[in-house]
Design a protein around this ligand. Structure first.
Ligand SMILES: [Zn+2]
Length: 396
């Protein structure tokens, strides 16, 4: 006996009237059963190739307020494409971190999770560590310096599956101690305060990028050093309350083969942190380029009005985090105009270098066209799959 979700008709096994139908959908097939006997069937569904779209806070906060027609319209199409198994709009740990700062964040989080339909990215710190691990392994054995993002860097689960009937609730990400620090430290005023100094700077773009990478490397080493010092003093709380970046270097030291002498390992990790392999990890590459590009824009005379700069760049730190962590794993990314302006410049070139389409208010019609194109790719085979998997779904 099965719990039938959609009754389709009489049971082919026991003949019971109107007791047979779909029980649930599992990745690549529908499981059918009978409410009276143990008769069951499986109907296999066609393979899927879903696109990944990232919506950042800017999109969700407008869509949830519902007062801007263009956002409501796009949200409607996106939700439909997700139901049609053509698109996923995964939820990320950065959405959660950022959203917690908002008044009325429960409603916003609920909306983001509903749109995500149970699909979520691996937490940001994990994506960062995975990229570091892969780049370090490649550096250690002398492989080329380029980094090819793989979906499994950023997702634990296969995205190209048919959704089951009961959307799995996306849980909350484990509290990140870095988050609390960032919330305190990263007031946008601090960024704007740097602008006068940037305008005086004579460093080239390449030098600025180098400065960013060096600062990131030092950040890892400093956090790891603090952790080691605390442990050496017997402060074992360091095991649980150190910032997540303190463990990045430690994790790299674990990746040597057994026969590698212990005393040379730290030196090797430090060498890696100065390498192109490190600089080419997408997270650091995009982050450094976004900062370097903003700096170049400031030097060239942009962002001179303080109040207006604060307004335009209010979400800058989180936007950089959303984009640098997850954009390489997305087919398209919706962001606000100031961010799109930065990532579309040749010095970041997100679309050219990572194949990610960039949409913002400035090219909203292109977003709608992209969504329409996706919708028009609905094949007869796919429609038949939808009818088998979701018998009540109305597909026009
Ligand atoms: Zn039966």
């Amino acid at each position: 006996m099965a719990l039938v979700s959609y009754l389709l008709g009489d049971c082919p096994g026991c003949g019971a009237e109107n007791k047979f139908g779909n029980v649930d959908v599992y990745s690549d097939h529908v499981y059918l059963g009978c409410g009276r006997c143990r008769h069951n069937e499986r109907r296999y569904l066609p393979p899927l190739k879903k696109k990944v779209l990232y919506l950042d806070q800017f999109f969700f906060s407008h869509a949830v307020r519902g007062n801007e027609a263009q956002f409501v319209e796009a949200a409607k199409r996106i939700v439909e494409l997700a139901a049609l198994q053509l698109l996923v709009v995964p939820y990320s740990s950065v959405h959660e971190e950022e959203t917690h700062q908002w008044a009325g964040h429960k409603e916003l989080l609920e909306f983001i999770k509903n749109t995500a339909r149970g699909y979520e990215f691996a937490p940001a710190y994990e994506v960062e560590q995975t990229q570091m691990n892969r780049a370090f392994d490649a550096w250690r054995v002398g492989e080329p310096t380029g980094y090819s993002p793989l979906r499994q860097d950023a997702f634990h689960d296969d995205l190209d599956v048919w959704d089951g009937y009961f959307r799995i609730e996306v849980g909350e990400y484990r509290g990140d101690i870095d988050l609390i620090r960032r919330l305190k430290a990263e007031a946008i005023d601090g960024l704007i305060d740097l602008f006068p100094g940037w305008r005086e700077s004579t460093a080239t773009f390449e030098q600025d990028i180098r400065i960013e990478h060096d600062a990131a490397a030092k950040g890892y080493l400093r956090a790891f050093g603090t952790y080691l010092t605390r442990m050496a003093k017997g402060d074992y709380d360091a095991l649980s309350d150190s910032p997540i970046i303190a463990t990045v270097v430690r994790n790299l030291t674990y990746r040597f083969p057994r026969d590698e002498p212990h005393n040379g390992r730290m030196k090797r990790v430090i060498d890696f942190l100065a390498s192109d392999h490190f600089a080419n990890t997408p997270y650091h590459d995009i982050q450094a380029r976004m900062y370097g590009t903003l700096k170049a824009m400031v030097k060239a005379g942009a962002y001179t009005n303080r109040a207006r700069s604060i307004q335009r760049l209010s979400g800058f730190y989180y936007d950089v985090k959303h984009i640098s962590t997850y954009a390489p794993y997305c087919d398209a990314f919706v962001m606000d105009n100031p961010m799109a302006e930065i990532v579309n410049r040749s010095t970041v070139d997100l679309a050219g270098r990572y194949g990610t389409r960039v949409f913002s208010r400035n090219n909203w019609d292109e977003l709608l066209a992209w969504l329409d194109e996706l919708r028009s790719g609905l094949t007869e085979e796919h429609r038949a799959g939808l009818a088998t998997a979701y018998p009540r779904m109305q597909v026009s």
